[in-house]
Design a protein around this ligand. Structure first.
Ligand code: DUC
Ligand code: ZN
Ligand code: ZN
Length: 466
């Protein structure tokens, strides 16, 4: 059994920071011991990785990606192969992607299709949530089976009428089913019916540029939907996880619910923390690069998101990685912002951007690991296999150089998309080496992984509820 020891680094988990050596046997972490201890010095290994002056952190867990997602007549540009490779470059070692139920078809059919796309192609481990596009007696029944086999969370949309949209009755039924079978409902909380009215009015008045995407998808329509989702979850006696929270008013709804002790959780994404409607307003249709839903908000909303992350009113930072190339994909919406495919690239940059947030003083080092690794793992039934560095955990480990300087750019990123949403942004900190279940997939900034190394991981139910 191959043994690896990582020596001399500062091991950071959500719970503590210790100068420790980490012993790995085969695919698992087997021991930690103080770096200067006799115990650690006594370890023999086939391979020693020197982490002096570096952080040793758990591999990132990104619980919200859309590889190859069909949307707006096209497909997200990263395949499972290219997207998981890019994730590895950025220190993420597990993704949970969204399998999609097509209207009129079984959940099973959608899930099988997503297994086929991912199987044999991933560089890192992966799991699935299921998007419910058609809540009826059949799909409600199927939810039970999916939870049993490790697909324990279900995304519903209050937006996108005619595509993914569920009405309040369907939402209530799915929540009731989740309350009974342990499945966690993940909500895209925007009032899509009202948004469609505003889209129609904007286009009729000639307001067709990308920035109007942000204007019609109003913060109030996010907070209204968030409020409604919370009340429906209360009626159903179900927990609720609200995805990609971007508006201050929506954070306030979550805070109020949590102050009542309700099992309501919230996720935000780097684009809402670092970008704003200023980007959506970039000239020459460049704003299309930043079209995603929920939309980017005026920068004043960012303080509420950072505060929510510090106070635990928001618990998770995912990427909602859903990249579309500017040329040929985003361009589908020239002259009509509603035809711009919704989504942004980001799976490669989440760990770095959040480290920058540590450097900037928004969050602590341990909170960085908590919101990017440990909590996503717990939320989606992967802990402690994923999300921490502890005996028994998978050896998904990142050696992170906190002093390296890098500039994010399309010239250097590894995502299969022709622009960077963070072009020219300077970051302090960089991933140096990445192990996925003990296998080196990034070795001192060289890719040594392979498509097919990544395995499907069935998940338990949300670990904040049991
Ligand atoms: N939002 C996006 O921006 N893209 C895909 C789906 C979603 O909800
Ligand atoms: Zn969504
Ligand atoms: Zn999404």
């Amino acid at each position: 059994m191959p043994r690896t020891v990582i020596r001399g680094g500062l091991v950071i988990t959500a719970a503590e920071e210790t100068h420790a050596d980490v012993l790995i046997e085969d695919e698992k972490i087997v021991a930690l011991a103080a770096s200067d201890s006799e115990c650690a010095r006594g370890w023999t290994a086939d391979r020693t990785l020197d982490a002096t002056g570096k952080y040793v952190i758990p591999g990132g867990v990104d619980p919200h990606t859309h590889m190859e997602m069909p949307f707006g007549g096209t497909f997200a540009a990263d395949t499972f192969e290219t997207g998981t490779r890019a994730a590895a470059w950025g220190g993420t070692t597990t993704i949970v992607d969204f399998a999609i139920q097509t209207k009129g078809h079984a959940l099973r059919e959608g899930l099988d299709a997503w297994h086929l796309k991912a199987s044999g192609n991933c560089a890192i481990d992966y799991g699935f949530h299921m998007i419910l596009s058609d809540v009826d007696q059949g799909s409600l029944k199927e939810m039970d089976l999916l939870v049993e086999e490790g697909v324990s969370s279900f995304k519903l949309f209050m937006a996108y009428p005619g595509v993914f949209y569920s009405d309040d009755g369907q939402i209530l039924r799915a929540m009731q089913r989740g309350a009974a079978n342990g499945g966690l409902i993940m909500m895209h909380a925007e009032n899509g019916i009202a948004i469609d009215v505003l889209v129609e009015q904007a286009l009729a008045e000639g307001r067709t540029d990308p920035r109007y995407h942000g204007e019609v998808r109003k913060a109030l329509l996010e907070s209204e939907a968030t409020h409604r989702a919370i009340q429906l979850a209360r009626v159903a006696g179900a927990p609720l996880y609200v995805v990609h929270v971007s508006a201050e008013e929506a954070v306030a709804e979550l805070t109020q619910a949590r102050d009542k002790g309700l099992p309501v959780f919230g996720e935000t994404c780097p684009q809402y923390l670092f970008l704003s409607t200023d980007n959506l307003a970039e000239p020459d249709f460049e704003g299309a690069k930043y079209v995603c839903s929920t939309p980017l908000r005026p920068r004043e909303h960012q303080a509420a998101l950072w505060r929510g992350l510090r106070t635990n009113d928001l618990q998770v930072v995912s990427t909602d990685h859903c990249p579309f190339c500017f040329t040929g994909q985003k361009e589908l919406g020239r002259g009509d912002f509603s035809k711009i495919p919704n989504g942004m690239p980001g799976v490669e940059h989440r760990m770095d951007l959040l480290h920058q947030a540590v450097v900037d003083g928004h969050i602590s080092r341990r909170r960085w690991i908590e919101i990017a690794c440990a909590t996503p793992a717990r939320m989606f039934g992967l802990y402690p296999k994923k999300g921490t560095i502890a005996p028994g955990a998978d050896a998904d480990v990142v050696i992170y150089d906190p002093a390296a300087e890098q500039t994010l750019s399309v010239e250097t990123h590894h995502m299969n998309v022709d622009y960077s949403a963070y072009e020219g942004k300077q970051i302090t900190g960089q991933v140096q080496t990445v192990l996925s279940r003990g296998t080196t997939v990034i070795d001192q900034r060289e890719y040594t992984g392979r498509a097919g190394h990544g395995r499907y991981v069935p998940r338990a139910t949300c670990q904040y509820l049991s």
